[in-house]
Design a protein around this ligand. Structure first.
Ligand code: SAM
Length: 204
């Protein structure tokens, strides 16, 4: 999959655009800036938006091409990003060091996903939040009617509300919904789609 993403990100254009995900933006805008982690951040649209708005942003992805474009976007916006390339397990991230973690279309392999989600909770400071938007299992129906809607094609990589409730158990749930949305994110997230939206807060 790493090769798939490097290939996809090797085009000149930003494949999900340069504007942040709308749900991420609306949730981030409600909060006081602090330390933010963006796993699987791709070309940097969300990280750069956050940095522009006063957040101290650490991002990571396993695609070198993604980092290249994210750093170019950051440079264009004159903001700093700490952006690691590599496997999450190897990254120098400290427990309880983030006020927020943004998981935007971060569809990890099923063999890793629940371990990663548990580990993200450890990285949150008490009172810190997870902001998550990702495709639901229903997206298979949407993307079969409209391939431009995008999303993983394997059911086991897609999310359900129950999965999120279980994997982020221990966080106080402020929102956990499955929503039909109209995506307009670059070339690859376009049209009616089904997403899970989650806001979870680590108890203080
Ligand atoms: C659909 S893109 C989303 C990118 C970005 N979050 C956004 O919303 O624009 C999925 C991203 O997940 C990354 N990714 C998938 N599995 C990963 C893993 N195990 N470790 C790091 N990044 C991963 C891919 O390289 C890709 O950048």
């Amino acid at each position: 999959m790493k090769e798939f993403w490097n290939e996809r990100f090797s085009s000149e254009e930003y494949i999900y655009g340069t504007e942040p995900n709308l749900f991420f933006k609306s949730e981030l805008d409600k909060r006081t800036p602090g330390d933010l982690l963006m796993p699987a951040e791709g070309e940097g649209r969300n990280a750069v938006y956050a940095a522009n708005n006063g957040w101290n942003v650490t991002a990571f992805d396993y695609s070198t091409e993604a980092r290249k474009k994210a750093m170019q976007l950051a440079e264009k916006s004159r903001v700093d990003l700490t952006y690691h390339v590599g496997d999450f397990e190897q990254l120098p991230l400290k427990p309880e060091s983030f006020d927020a973690i943004g998981l935007i279309f971060a569809h990890f392999r099923p063999s890793k996903r629940s371990h990663y989600h548990r580990a993200f909770i450890d990285l949150l400071k008490p009172g810190g939040i997870v902001i998550l938007e990702a495709f639901s299992k229903d997206q298979l129906t949407y993307s079969s009617k409209n391939p431009k809607a995008g999303g993983p094609k394997k059911e086991e990589v897609l999310f359900s509300e129950q999965m999120i409730a279980e994997e982020f158990s221990g966080l106080n749930i402020h929102r956990l919904t499955k929503d039909e949305v109209e995506l307009a994110e670059g070339e690859h997230h376009v049209g009616k789609s089904s997403v899970i939206r989650f806001i979870g807060e680590k108890p203080a």
